[in-house]
Write a protein that binds this ligand. Structure first.
Ligand code: ZN
Length: 151
């Protein structure tokens, strides 16, 4: 387990168009995630080194409650990176919309993004509650990046 990043380490995001501002341990991020704010009906803002992060995300809750290991290949998330998608136009006067992306280290040393996956697809009647989500890496999930990461 990696400890004590405290947002000090910053390397380039592997996601096209993403800007990264530090990495954090699993505990530094998930200790702020609770059932009391499971979805985006309410915001739960936490200050991470000057950036207000909304911790009321189903994705974070899935990582906290279902684990940080891919259900298919078994790769395990190592750390969170604070990132935002620079392709989304900025709204004047509003703060940047930072979020945390969870990454594992692949066998080749490249970062592998971890995602939440619908166990039963929405197209087949699956819901958007916690029970219908599981943790899956982006390789197994077929996600190439973009909006699928958010939420
Ligand atoms: Zn996987």
């Amino acid at each position: 387990m990696l400890t004590g990043f405290g947002g000090k380490v910053a390397v380039t995001s592997p996601l096209p168009g993403y800007v990264r501002n530090g990495i954090y341990t699993i505990d530094e991020v998930l200790r702020h995630v609770t059932f009391d704010h499971p979805i985006k009906k309410k915001t739960l803002l936490v200050d991470f080194d000057g950036d207000l992060m909304d911790m009321s995300s189903m994705r974070y809750l899935v990582f906290k409650m279902k684990g940080i290991e891919c259900v298919v290949c078994g790769i395990v998330g190592s750390y969170f990176a604070k990132e935002y998608d620079a392709k989304i136009p900025r709204v004047e006067g509003r703060p940047l919309k930072w979020h945390f992306n969870l990454y594992a280290m692949g066998v080749d040393g490249a970062e592998v993004l971890m995602t939440k996956d619908h166990i039963v697809p929405v197209s087949r009647g699956g819901g958007n509650g916690l029970r219908n989500f599981q943790t899956m890496c982006s390789v197994c999930n077929g996600v190439k990046g973009g909006n699928a990461l958010l939420g």
